[in-house]
Every structure is written in C-alpha cells, then in structure tokens.
Ligand binder design. Structure first.
Ligand code: SF4
Ligand code: SF4
Length: 224
C-alpha cells in the first residue's frame, strides 16, 4: 500500500540509478512527440497542486462535475489514446508494486498510508474522469486530522488505477532496496515506465488546459 510519508520525487529515483540511465531514457524521447497529434503534447513540466487538500464530499462532487463538463468537450481520440497508454503502463506497475508491497508492507512498523499529506491533485481528477469509471466517493480525507478514508485493515481499498498517482509510484526505502536488487534491465524498464507515466499525465493536463481557462478552477468552491 504505497503512499508517501516523505515524498521522494521522480528525480530522486532517477538519481538513484545514475545519470547515464536517465540520459538513455530521455534520448530519443520515450513517446513520439506527435503521438497524439498535437506537437509535444505537454507545455507544462509539473502537475498543479490544485485540490491537493482536505475537501468535503460535497465539494469533491462539485469539482468533479465541473471538470467532467470540461473533459466532455476534449478530443475523444486523444483522450482515449492517453488512457490506453496509461492503463498499459499501470498494469505493468501494478504487478511490480504488488510484489514489493507483499514483501514489505505486512511487517512495516510505520505504514506510509498513515501520512496526512496524500491527496488527489487536479491531474488525478482529470485521470479519474478520462478513465470513465465510477469515481471514488471523496478526497482522501475531509479534514486534515483524519486518516486516509481508503486505508482498510488489509491495505488500500482502491484499485491502483483509482488511487492518487503518488500512491501508485511511491517506493519506500525498503522497496527501493528490492528494486535495486532487480536485474539492470528491469530497473531501467521501471524508470522508463515512471517517466512515460509522468509524460502522459502532463499531456492530459496540457490537453485540458488547451481547452479550458485554468484560472476558472481557482473559482471552484473551497473546502473547510
Ligand atoms: S513497507 Fe513501505 S510501502 Fe509498505 S506500508 Fe511500509 S512504508 Fe508503506
Ligand atoms: S489512497 Fe490512501 S490507503 Fe490508498 S495507497 Fe493512498 S494513502 Fe494509502
């Protein structure tokens, strides 16, 4: 059940595998620049922190309904391609992360899911809408003092595709140790999948921003 207590960024993961691996991953580009037919597809380099905060269930619904309306006018073909490529990578990640969690989480003395700083951000919400499945009932917590509502006795109650993405890719120290023991080709593939996922999510944000006025979101209702 990976979720960040202390977040190590993707950059940290890259550093742990050395600069040459990073370079080999970046050149040539991991995904063709025009794979979705709109140039590089991402004019942004970071996901917005928008909505990364405690939120009432009512606000959560309002925000998702507002975003759903906007997502409904996005190019269906591009959106479908983004979902398809992301789901492929998520399936691969799911198998690897499930294996690591099985090995490390049952004996963990300080589960990361007890951290209070894990939230869905706007890109996560766009992803939930693009996926087209029933969305989870709310933000991870309505009040900052509350634990994550999805943490059950035996781990996370959400499928990996529906979790905040930070809960998908986060590797704690114990799991980083396991990854380092893997064959180099597997490590490179792992890093490549993470980088591709990052790019796909930025492209989703980019596609959304292309058709929306980002400042509108700032007018969205705020929680407690
Ligand atoms: S072993 Fe790692 S991923 Fe699992 S609960 Fe503990 S800190 Fe989290
Ligand atoms: S959604 Fe909550 S329970 Fe699930 S992995 Fe993230 S922090 Fe843990």
């Amino acid at each position: 059940m990976p979720a960040p207590r202390k977040l190590s960024g993707l950059r940290d993961v890259f550093h742990s595998f050395g600069h040459s691996v990073v370079e080999s991953l970046l050149y040539p580009p991991l995904l063709p620049r025009d794979i979705f037919g709109y140039g590089a597809g991402s004019e942004i380099s970071e996901e917005p922190a928008l909505y990364r905060r405690p939120m009432s269930d009512q606000e959560w619904r309002q925000v998702l309904l507002m975003l759903r309306e906007r997502v409904s006018v996005l190019d269906k073909e591009k959106l479908g391609a983004l979902v398809h490529h992301s789901e492929e990578r998520l399936r691969w990640l799911d198998a690897a992360m499930a294996r690591y969690c099985e090995a490390t989480c049952p004996s963990c003395e300080d589960p990361c899911c007890h951290g209070r700083q894990v939230f869905y951000n706007r890109t996560d919400l766009l992803w939930l809408l693009a996926l087209g499945r029933e969305w989870p009932p709310g933000q991870t917590r309505q009040l900052s003092r509350e634990p994550c509502r999805y943490l059950l006795r035996d781990g996370c109650g959400l499928s990996r595709a529906l979790r905040p993405y930070v809960c998908v890719w986060f590797l704690c120290d114990a799991q980083m140790g396991l990854l380092r023991e893997e064959p180099a080709i597997f490590q490179r593939h792992f890093v490549r999948i993470l980088e591709e996922m990052r790019m796909l999510r930025l492209r989703l944000e980019s596609l959304y921003r292309h058709h929306s006025r980002a400042e509108d979101d700032l007018a969205a209702p705020h929680g407690p």
